[in-house]
Design a protein around this ligand. Structure first.
Ligand code: MG
Length: 286
C-alpha cells in the first residue's frame, strides 16, 4: 500500500451537513460553523448550496452566508445544480462552483429533475459559466457507487461521466457515495475506471457512514490515489432526496485516521472535536 504525504480535506458540514436538518440553523450559526472549521485548519469548504429554497429551505440564506465569510482565507465552494444557481453563486464571493452529475436516472430525476445524461450536460454548461467568470469549477458524480432507486451503478458509466466532465474543464472529479452503500470493493472498482478515464485530474471522495464503511472506504480510496476527502464536522448530514442516507463521515474521524498514518491534512483534531460538540449541542444532539 502506497500512501501520500498529504491529503486535502474539504469541509462540507455547512452544506451537506446541514441541508437535511429539519431545524433551521440561523445564518449566524452557519457562519460560525464555517469560521470554526477555518480556525481548525480547513482551507477548502462547501459553504452553501444555491438550490431552489422551496426544495431545500435550509439553504435559502446562501447569499447571506457567503456575505459573512468574504474575509476568510479559504477556498469557498458553492454547490449549483443549474444555470440559475450558477448565476446566484457567481454574484457572491464563492471561489469555486461545485457541480453535480448523477450516475443514475432515478436519483437524478428525484434530486435535480434531470436524467443522468442531462445532468452531465448541465454540469458541463455550469463548469463553462464558472470558468468564463474566472472561478474554479469541479464536478461531483453522485450515487457513484449505488442508487437508492436503481440499485447498482456500472463503474464503466462513472468512468465515462468523469471523462466528459474532465473534458468540460472540471479541475477535480469527486465520487460521492450519496446514500452510503459503498464498501471498499466498490471503491476499488469505481476508482480503477475513473483513474483510467481522467489520469491527470485529482480525485476526491465523498462518503456517508450509513453502514460504518466510510473510514474503510476513505483509506482504500487514498491508497488508490484519491488526493481529496470530504468530511463533515460532527458527522452531520444526509440528503433530502436520498432515503436512508445517514451522516457524512465525520471530519474529526478522518483527521484521526490521517494523523495516525502521519498523513498531513492541516486540520487539528481537538479543535474539530470542540466545534463538533458546539454544533451538535446547537442541534440538540449528543
Ligand atoms: Mg452527501
Amino acid at each position: 500500500m502506497i500512501l501520500p504525504e498529504t491529503i486535502e480535506l474539504v469541509e462540507v458540514g455547512a452544506r451537506d451537513g446541514l441541508q437535511n436538518e429539519k431545524t433551521l440553523v440561523s445564518t449566524a450559526d452557519k457562519i460560525e460553523l464555517i469560521r470554526r472549521a477555518a480556525a481548525a485548519g480547513a482551507r477548502r469548504m462547501e459553504v452553501a448550496s444555491f438550490v431552489n429554497p422551496r426544495r431545500v429551505p435550509q439553504m435559502e440564506d446562501a447569499e447571506n452566508v457567503c456575505a459573512g465569510i468574504e474575509d476568510l482565507d479559504v477556498v469557498r465552494i458553492g454547490l449549483v445544480l443549474n444555470r440559475r444557481g450558477a448565476e446566484r453563486a457567481l454574484a457572491t464571493c464563492v471561489d469555486e462552483l461545485g457541480t453535480v452529475a448523477c450516475a443514475s436516472d432515478g436519483f437524478g430525476i428525484a434530486n435535480q429533475g434531470q436524467t443522468s445524461a442531462e445532468s452531465v450536460e448541465e454540469a458541463a454548461a455550469i463548469i463553462r459559466c464558472g470558468l468564463d467568470a474566472g472561478r474554479r469549477a469541479q464536478a461531483t458524480i453522485s450515487v457513484a457507487f449505488g442508487c437508492p432507486y436503481g440499485g447498482p451503478v456500472d463503474p464503466g458509466r462513472v468512468g465515462e461521466m468523469a471523462r466528459r466532465l474532465g473534458d468540460a474543464g472540471a479541475h477535480e472529479i469527486a465520487l460521492a457515495d450519496t446514500i452510503g452503500v459503498a464498501g471498499p470493493g466498490d471503491v476499488v472498482r469505481v476508482m480503477k475506471k475513473v483513474r483510467v478515464s481522467v489520469p491527470d485530474i485529482p480525485i476526491r471522495l465523498h462518503f456517508h457512514d450509513t453502514r460504518n464503511m466510510a473510514i474503510a472506504n476513505a483509506l482504500i480510496g487514498v491508497s488508490l490515489g484519491a488526493s481529496v476527502l470530504d468530511g463533515s464536522i460532527g458527522g452531520l448530514g444526509g440528503c433530502p432526496f436520498a432515503p436512508g442516507a445517514s451522516g457524512n463521515v465525520a471530519t474529526e474521524s478522518l483527521v484521526y485516521m490521517l494523523d495516525s498514518l502521519k498523513i498531513e491534512s492541516g486540520l487539528d483534531h481537538s479543535e474539530l472535536c470542540k466545534s463538533a460538540q458546539w454544533i451538535l449541542t446547537k442541534l440538540g444532539r449528543q
